[in-house]
Design a protein around this ligand. Structure first.
Ligand code: CTP
Ligand code: MG
Length: 396
């Protein structure tokens, strides 16, 4: 098929001008919206690739802010089929004009130019094809348009009172890419350089040139506000592990059993303490509080408070564990080392592990209980008491 536009013997040259020289003030943040990333790829990179990889587009020219080249190099970089960026102006219209003038000076002046917002990265190949085809068929200007679903009223902006209700059937919301015969658009921009128009089609309209519409695409939204970006990013928030440690010691006194990691173990002495003196669970409770940065066991259960006299230490541990989800975290692993010569821990280890897993609602594979002696050295070696140390890993 030969289009009206095609010069005999040479296929039409179709260029895409991607304007990205705005500051993205409404989105805010330190980085203009076109350089922000969606699932690890910048908005502008996505937009440029949609055009450079399209079979009907021969040339792609980005237009960027005068000071944005370092950002462009960092967040877009060299892309196959994309020209070195041109420099934009203070308004979108000036940015388009600069891009058109750059194209006009290039080796092969385009027959057709598409003007597209860099901030519309969800442009589909089908929509690009629709506007290009309509232009190749001879339309002076082609814009994507979608029906309006809200009722639109004309108001008096001074009094904010309704002037009239517009006929919705005759209203369209318009998007980019807008496609034009290159010479017509360049001429319109040169002629109306002093005017201020909100899109390129308006320049042709002002020159009484007919612009046609093709079906737009609801997906082809322009990123305008910060939630437009946040809603797009499907990558889960980054969670980092935090490891807390805890250490505790209790002295022996007269008695007939010790509590260690929630298990009652017969012994010829007991551990002295305000509560049940379960040195393993105390170290572990401190490890969890440490991972959360929530102080220590004494802050939460003061030894001066008679309420905790003789208390079973599983309550302390369960309380620390309950703070983890409250702080937005997840407990993933705990490890306890008991340090003593006697009692021998080996035959109670499995029961301790099961009990700790139960208190913490963790799978047993995420719980470790170990024991060591100190080779007869120090207070544990002299059997004066028992020490315990623990770590807890929380992702948050
Ligand atoms: N644009 C441009 N040159 C300008 C202003 C805007 O090239 N002087 C581009 C933007 O980069 C964007 C498109 O025109 O791709 C549509 O503009 P808009 O959504 O208004 O973007 P910003 O002007 O960057 O955003 P804001 O108005 O919130 O500051
Ligand atoms: Mg703007």
């Amino acid at each position: 098929m030969t289009s009206m536009n095609e010069k005999p013997g040479s296929p039409p040259h179709v260029a895409a001008l991607i304007v990205a020289a705005g500051k993205g003030l409404r989105v805010g943040g330190p980085l203009p919206k076109q350089y922000r990333e969606i699932d690890g790829e910048s908005v502008l990179q996505r937009t440029l690739k949609a055009f450079s990889q399209h079979p009907e587009i021969q040339q792609v020219l980005p237009v960027i802010g005068a000071e944005d080249l370092p950002l462009y190099n960092e967040y877009v970089g060299a892309l196959d089929g994309v020209d070195t960026p041109a420099t934009g102006g203070n308004t979108r219209q000036q940015s388009v004009r600069n891009g058109l003038e750059t194209l006009a000076k290039a080796g092969q002046v385009p027959d057709i130019v598409l003007v597209h917002d860099g901030a519309r990265p969800f442009i589909s190949p089908e929509l690009i094809e629709r506007v290009v085809e309509a232009c190749l068929q001879g339309a002076a200007g082609v814009i994507p348009a979608t029906p309006v679903t809200d009722t639109i009223k004309l108001v008096n902006p001074e009094t904010e009172t309704i002037v009239k209700t517009l006929d919705r059937a005759a209203l369209r919301a318009v998007q980019t890419p807008q496609a034009f015969q290159f010479d017509l658009l360049l001429n319109a921009h040169r002629t109306l350089a002093e005017e201020s128009m909100t899109d390129d089609a308006a320049l042709l309209e002002a020159m009484n040139i007919t612009v046609v519409t093709v079906a737009g695409d609801a997906e082809n939204m322009k990123i305008t506000h910060s939630q437009d970006l946040e809603q797009q990013d499907s990558s889960p928030p980054i969670r980092l592990p935090r490891v807390g440690n805890g250490f505790d010691v209790h002295r022996f006194e007269a008695g007939d059993h010790v509590m260690l990691c929630g298990i009652k173990i017969p012994h010829n002495k007991s551990l002295a303490g305000h509560s049940d003196a379960d040195v393993g669970l105390h170290a572990l409770t401190d490890a969890i509080l440490g991972a959360l940065g929530q102080g220590d066991i004494g802050d939460h259960f003061p030894p001066t408070d008679p309420k905790w006299a003789g208390a079973s230490s599983d309550r302390f541990l369960a309380h620390a564990a309950s703070l983890v989800p409250e702080k937005g975290g997840q407990l993933v692993h705990v490890d306890v080392t008991l340090i003593c010569e006697r009692p021998k821990i080996g035959k109670y280890r499995a029961a301790m592990k099961a009990r700790v897993a139960e208190i913490l609602s963790l799978d047993e594979s995420c719980v470790s209980v170990k024991a060591t002696t100190t080779e007869g050295l120090g207070f544990t070696g002299r059997r004066e008491g028992i020490a315990a140390q623990a770590t807890a890993t929380v992702v948050i």
